[in-house]
Ligand binder design. Sequence first.
Ligand SMILES: *[C@@H]1O[C@H](CO)[C@@H](O)[C@H](O)[C@H]1NC(C)=O
Ligand SMILES: *[C@@H]1O[C@H](CO)[C@@H](O)[C@H](O)[C@H]1NC(C)=O
Ligand SMILES: *[C@@H]1O[C@H](CO)[C@@H](O)[C@H](O)[C@H]1NC(C)=O
Ligand SMILES: *[C@@H]1O[C@H](CO)[C@@H](O)[C@H](O)[C@H]1NC(C)=O
Length: 950
Amino acid sequence: MWSPIALAVLYFISYGVGLGQQSVISFIEGPLQLAGGTAVATLILSSSDFPGVLRAGQDLSTDFGRVTGKNLTISTKDQTTSDQSPTSGPAIIAGTLGKSKLIDSLVSAGKIDISKIQGQWESFTTTIVTDLMPGLGSALVIAGSDKRGTIYGIYDISEQIGVSPWYWFADVPSAQQTNIFALDVNKVQGPPSVKYRGIFLNDEQPALMNWVKEKYGGVGYVSGFYTRVFELLLRLRANYLWPTMWDSMFALDDTKNQPLADNYGIVMGTSHTEPLMRSTKEQQKYAGSWDWTSNKANIIKFLTDGAKRAKGYESLYTMGMRGSGDTASSTLNAASLADVVSEQQKILTSVLGGNISTISKMWCLYKEVGGYYQKGLKVPDDITLLWSDDNSGNMQRLPIPSEVGRSGGAGVYYHFDYVGDPRNYKWINTISYQKTWEQMHLTYARNARQIWVVNVGDLKPLEIPINHFLDMAYDMTLHSTTNSTNTWLTQFSALQFGTPLSTQIASLLNTYSHLAARRKYELLDSTTFSITNYNEADIVLSEWHTLVSSSQSIYDSLPTSSQPAFFELVLHPAKAGSILYDLYVNTAKNNLYAKQGRASASAYGDLATKAFQADKDLAGVYHKLLGGKWNHMMDQTHIGYTSWQQPSANNMPALSTPAKSASASPGVFVDGGSTTLALPPMSPYGPASRWIDVFAKSDTAASFTISSDPWVKLSPSSGQLAVSGLTSEQRVNITIDWSTVPSGSTTSKIVVTAGSTSSTVTLPLSNILVPKDFSGFVESDKTITIEPEHWSTVTFSSDASYAIIHGYGRTLSGVTLLPHSIPTQSPPSSPRLSYDIYLFTSGTASITVYLSASLNTDPSRPLSYAISIDDATPTKAQYVPITDLGTLPSTWHDGVVRNGYDHVTKHDVTAGAHVLSLWAVEPGVVFQRVVVDLGGVRTSYLGPPESVRV
Ligand SMILES: *[C@@H]1O[C@H](CO)[C@@H](O)[C@H](O)[C@H]1NC(C)=O
Ligand SMILES: *[C@@H]1O[C@H](CO)[C@@H](O)[C@H](O)[C@H]1NC(C)=O
Ligand SMILES: *[C@@H]1O[C@H](CO)[C@@H](O)[C@H](O)[C@H]1NC(C)=O
Ligand SMILES: *[C@@H]1O[C@H](CO)[C@@H](O)[C@H](O)[C@H]1NC(C)=O
């Protein structure tokens, strides 16, 4: 907990924040003062450098203004070290090898060491050089190996002085600094881990499209919009973009778009379904019938024009072909596809000239195209194979050993937003950062490193997943352990909101991502979480409420300048999610309680109605923020789905009214929902409490009293029920004084007298203790539930060990075997997780292991685990069926909806102490939970709460 007052936000950071990259800036001291005192540095660029470098330099100048109130002055004289310096004060010199005379002359004079960056992709070195030209003392020199190397070097300074890449797109203000110093470092950064790193703006109706229409004069996705996106991408050290395509044509909507992308330094592509730089809408308008068999000549001409139009601009060409508008084609087959690609290679060679192998191009094996590949379709070696996830964040396939040597390499197309089966998810952020880490870490280990592109919907509500994905793509070495995500979230929070609050904000972001990823908002309804078992819905709801109140108290403590950014990135998603859970949990209570004739049902209905209105109001707050800057960004419907496609409007779930039953006696309902009023059993090993609801049914007020054995504690044991509203019911908490319960198994009767009737509730009690020397998980309610990170013992091998991914999955964490490069494991001798358990029940145990929703990325090595009790031969369980490429397993739908696979094995057990062992047989298996069912497991979404460990 923290006190908002103690945090009267001192933005006191001594070093530049750079998301884990080496610091080159200090606000306290350093050999070269760039701002503060009498110093105002001059930024020296070279007019012969790339326009994109000069433009980024302009941003750096403005960024100094954002932080200190004074812009840098810029000099672009094309000079060498023997010329007179244009400034006598401190300087920052930035330029590209071979493009900036000044940088080249520094290299020839031996003043900077470029050995680690020369010839490297997108690399730079930053260092202080003294006495480098007449009239100038020292300068901070940034030398880039190529255009983006220099640009990233420039934005590295922007970021370290405290300008967030999200200063515009998420309204993050910069902390003000009096002094800025350069540190005495020799920094080398790059080349990036992944060569092409980008986003796909997609599924852009209604939010982004309505917003763009309003903000950019109703003429679509014009360069005013795109230059914002290009700048954001470069500040995020990305380089690649698939533009919007639902109703737009990047190259034609504004003819400045394509040259400007190149000018900024962005490599343009088109989505997986749009070959040779032509958009879907162009296909529909200009290509004639999109059918290779009947219209080949026209299509070739159409594609040739696409290549001609892109000539001279840095592009990454999409190859292949699908049907019209992102669908499977009914006429294409493996042979015609091979012909398509061969013609496309010819077009590129003839239009662009030179060596086809050096032209960047990719083929996305999305959906049906994967099927042709598996059946033997040859993809030329120099085309990057772009593997895709299942649209829900689970990679379907990654390079297998025979594919690793391809000269074009491999990449991935990933999703943070999707329109399609099982259901759209395009409202707000539902991404688990821990899951993204796990899948991208796997992707990197499996050598898919040429292209990473992610579908980000409208961009706006997905700021953090985007930043996280692109940072991993840029430098995977900073994301090498299961803890990397938490470290990254703290660094991200520090850059947006200052160091003092960064750990608390990171924890809020992590909690949000964990809660939101349990199930997509669009898949929630009133039946998702149980209101009768394990207090599940109430616990989940209270987790959301805690998140909101913690977020709100930080928001209240922030300076007003930071509040809009905090609202957009932290508070809004927390509130929006919480409201939806309020809506569905209260609807569930209304529906069930109305059936029971409870007078309070209407009050829950009112709470649900209020939540529905609160959802609308919250979108209104978002839309009014900063004078309407983000109007329409929350236009997306998200309540009332009945199929995969979104509803046309948010629809309030159906509420019920309790039947009137004139002067009926109050009713009784028990924990677990038994119609015979039998409570689930209790034991010293949990749960700590059970409950009974006593509720008024009619318009008559009533009193009640409850009595039972002396060891059964009832709170309260009597009370008054109002005629209506929430006080017309009373939840009675039952706890047990185990020191006085008779030993062995007994059943307590609990008599509820209300109005003129009495009801008898039964409560089985089992006061049987485990042997004193046992330690481990103890059965209660014929169940043992284990969070895998709570192992009793774990064994490692010389090349593999289990690691905890904190906050992964639906409950506590995930446990996986790393590194991802290990071969297939052989239980029982391979690394093992063991759990000491104590059973009171003999018979057949159904043991459900909850696993991540990941898929078989290598069809010859399907995901599987092994499980055993004591020394029995391990039972091997393969839980994701192998399918043809481009086809999803039959269990996939459920796996995605529930965000995980639940796999059951059966084991004969006897009462007493045992050891349950688990082995991951392949890397990529992530254990999330183990539930041993001896006949007591009840319906719920998350499973029973974790058992007591003694
Ligand atoms: C810095 O330059 C930018 C862009 O030219 C300008 O909009 C801004 O007002 C300047 N800031 C200061 C503090 O002079
Ligand atoms: C084309 O480029 C590739 C990759 O750089 C190279 O291996 C190959 O030798 C080149 N082919 C010709 C004909 O120059
Ligand atoms: C990861 O974090 C956990 C808890 O946050 C800590 O116990 C553990 O030591 C950390 N591991 C590494 C490798 O830093
Ligand atoms: C019921 O009792 C348990 C055990 O004392 C306590 O943790 C819990 O908060 C109580 N629940 C309510 C609703 O009072």
